[in-house]
Design a protein around this ligand. Structure first.
Ligand code: ATP
Ligand code: MG
Length: 361
């Protein structure tokens, strides 16, 4: 099975910027693990520390229990696919993939066998004699992938490998990458700032923010049970309203937002100013005069509508001026609500998450 990769309190500064501010993580053998976070949060810096292009200021990186951060880069046995890590333009597809094997002094017959086998895996064997300028972007990316995998590395690092491809090809390639990685069982660290890609491709993922890991978990858990307002807002679309928690006990609570009272589940340790966060799909339109048992009813004006195919997304303005999104699944063209109209919506208390505001945390 693949190698176990551990980070222990890894720090890296660039002048005043703490690019990594104490990252601790364990990535399991054979796992497909994603680092997800906004631009500048430290994803590439962390990968570069693993690859050996950068040295952490403090902390340790271990591979199967041994210090990785003390080995020179060429002894780390790592395959890499980077966004701009172009394949060699003067070499054929075959020679690009054979390159790493030659550098490792593998027998010529074995080089041929392994390079062709890996090209077959990425479905590029038929184009083995082409040069990169005779390939599409997606095909070049497959060659880059094959080149990284041909050496059967202990670790595979991928930094935004799909960001230069168009939307449809990205989706095809991510499925492909995941299939290959499963087949080979190589521990893989994948970097993206695309949250949909991260949810789709990862076994587990870490959400990073300003050099720190905010949350680690399975995609489902990170989406359903974010542990901070940052994670809730970064993953998926979220409505965030600032309000005041009404005092009281018990399982249920109420948050005052302007003149509106929103029912929620109580969260331990919170009082006073809070952020109430809920997903657009947690809201439903409710006809006049109707109630929805157990749910809070709100009123708002429709600001705009966006047709997203499977979903119709309404942008609504509450009476205090805050904007929220409401998603209608299986939208019905006959029941479209026009812009400017007033609507009633329902939200269930169990679908509202509470977090401390910046001031109260
Ligand atoms: N060589 C450098 N010199 C100075 N600061 C740097 C250097 N490289 C990165 N930084 C800073 O370190 C922080 C982390 O950068 P990093 O490249 O790791 O971010 P990232 O998460 O990969 O972002 P992106 O999604 O935009 O690629 C940023 O604030 C960045 O400006
Ligand atoms: Mg980066």
């Amino acid at each position: 099975m693949g190698a176990i990769l551990q980070f222990e309190q890894v720090h890296k500064r660039y002048g005043d910027v703490a690019a990594l501010a104490g990252v601790s993580l364990t990535i399991q053998g054979g796992e497909f693990f994603t680092l997800l976070g906004p631009s500048g949060c430290g994803k590439t810096t962390l990968l570069r520390c693993v690859a050996g292009f950068l040295r952490p200021d403090d902390g340790r990186i271990l591979c199967d229990g041994d210090r990785l951060d003390r080995l020179p880069a060429h002894k780390r046995d790592i395959g890499m696919v980077f966004q701009n890590y172009a394949i060699f333009p003067h070499l054929t597809v075959f020679e690009n993939v054979a390159y790493g094997l030659r550098a490792r002094r593998v027998e010529p017959a074995e080089i041929r066998r392994r390079a062709l086998e890996t090209l077959t895996l990425v479905q590029m064997d038929a184009l083995a004699d082409r040069r990169p300028d005779q390939l599409s972007g997606g095909q070049q990316q497959r060659v880059a992938l094959a080149r990284a995998m041909a050496i059967r590395p202990r670790l595979l690092l991928m930094d935004e490998p799909l960001s230069n491809l168009d939307a449809k090809l990205r989706v095809e390639m991510r499925t492909e990458i995941r299939r290959l990685q499963r087949e080979l069982g190589i521990t893989t660290v994948y970097v993206t700032h695309d949250q949909e890609e991260a949810l789709a491709i990862s076994e587990r993922l870490a959400v990073m923010n300003a050099g720190r890991v905010e949350q680690v978990g399975f995609p489902w858990d990170v989406y359903q049970a974010p542990q901070s307002a940052f994670v809730a807002q970064f993953i998926g679309t979220s409505n965030t309203l600032k309000g005041t928690l009404a005092p009281g006990g018990g399982e249920w609570a109420a948050v005052r937002i302007g003149d509106w009272t929103l029912g929620t589940r109580r969260t331990e340790g919170l009082a006073g100013s809070v952020l109430a966060v809920f997903r657009p799909e947690a809201l439903g339109l409710v006809a006049d005069g109707r109630e929805t048992a157990g749910a809070t009813i709100g009123e708002a004006a429709v600001v705009s509508r966006e047709f997203l195919g499977a979903v119709l997304r309404y942008r609504l303005r509450l009476d205090d001026g805050s904007l929220i999104h409401l998603d209608e699944h299986k939208p019905n063209a006959a029941r479209l609500v026009p812009e400017g109209a007033r609507v009633r919506f329902a939200v269930r208390p169990e679908d509202v998450m509470l977090f401390p505001t910046k001031e109260s945390s």
